[in-house]
Ligand binder design. Structure first.
Ligand code: ADP
Length: 151
């Protein structure tokens, strides 16, 4: 079974994530979307909302699972028997950042990181931009799947 982990904060899920997940799932038997829980980080959306947005967006995709985890990503991969980490690349800054993490993860484990390039037209979308738009009362709906909503 080729199981991959797609880790992130998903605060909130964006059309950029959605695109990587939809394309990534075709490469694996199972794709586990794992929301990393960091007690020191402040989030805009509650963990429950972030889980619900993702579950609802992929409710018709039996190969996609949603979960949360704490601690190191490679440790969680071992725990759930995932041999791959899926990541998206938007720009050179993502590449440099992801390269260091992927090399570190390879030192710590056998887990391979698989990268997909962002689709054209989606590279500018990030959760932090979506949060800024929301904070300033802008229309965020074109940046996120329609399961994401502000209460
Ligand atoms: P993090 O907690 O690392 O900031 P994110 O929730 O922002 O996690 O992102 C999780 C993954 O989704 C990362 O691999 C990131 O590069 C990828 N990603 C986010 N937005 C996009 C996008 N617009 N296009 C491609 N990949 C993206």
């Amino acid at each position: 079974m080729r199981r991959a982990l797609f880790p992130g904060s998903f605060d909130p899920l964006t059309l950029g994530h959605y695109d990587i997940i939809k394309r990534g799932v075709t490469l694996f038997d199972e794709l586990v979307i794992a929301i990393g829980v960091n007690a020191e980080k402040q989030y805009m959306f509650s963990l429950e909302d972030r889980i619900d947005f993702i579950k609802e967006a992929f409710k018709d995709e039996p190969k996609i699972k949603v979960t949360t985890y704490k601690g190191m990503t490679v440790d969680f991969c071992k725990k759930i028997d995932a041999n791959f980490i899926l990541r998206g690349l938007r720009n050179p800054a993502d590449f440099e950042f992801e390269k260091a993490i992927a090399h570190t993860n390879r030192r710590l484990s056998e887990i391979e990181t698989v990268f997909l390039l962002t689709s054209s037209g989606k590279s500018y979308i990030s959760s932090s931009i979506v949060r800024d738009v929301i904070r300033n009362g802008g229309d965020y709906t074109g940046l996120v799947p329609d399961t994401v909503s502000v209460k």
